[in-house]
Write a new protein. Structure first.
Length: 166
């Protein structure tokens, strides 16, 4: 029996690595369900530059949790965002889309992010593919405080400290 050629072995190895990297088990993040995110529920508001940022998170139900986000400044809405976190393959996936006034989309489609880390009252998502965000982290260090840490695709880091409205 003739030994396999080097090129054949390299091709077989590359095919195996590609299959592992693109398989659903590899792509999924840490184990979690939307029930783990009940701590996010509520209405939160805080400073966003000279304006304000408001996030309104629904209760987890039906395999998802969602938020309508509004940015305002000078008495005008300057951004609306819809965020949906859904259960997928034993983990969580976040999708978000932003609109300018007049419901004009800021991007052609929603950005997708996968769960990177989860702990009690803290969760981080990392971008899958292109988009304006690289990493998005939510935490609730106190009952009346909700923190949103954003890392943009360009590497800028921004933190929003929001307070409970309820």
């Amino acid at each position: 029996m003739r030994p396999a050629c080097r090129r054949c072995r390299s091709k077989a190895t590359a095919t195996l690595v590609l299959a592992l990297l693109t398989s659903p088990a590899w792509a999924a993040g840490p184990a979690a369900t939307v029930a783990d995110l009940a701590w996010m529920t509520g209405s939160w508001k805080g400073a966003m530059g000279p304006g304000t940022l408001e996030e309104n998170w629904s209760r987890p139900d039906g395999g998802s949790i969602a938020s309508v986000v509004r940015g305002t400044a000078n008495g005008q809405t300057n951004m609306i965002e819809l965020i949906v976190i859904e259960e997928s393959e034993g983990s969580l996936v976040l999708r978000l889309q932003q609109w300018n006034p007049g419901f004009v989309p800021r991007s052609p489609s929603a950005q997708e992010m996968r769960l990177a880390e989860i702990s009690e009252r803290r969760i981080s998502f990392e971008a899958v593919g292109e988009g304006s965000l690289k990493r998005l982290t939510y935490s609730r260090p106190a009952d009346d405080t909700f923190v949103v840490d954003v890392e943009t695709a360009g590497g800028a880091k921004i933190a929003f400290d929001l307070k409970a409205l309820d």
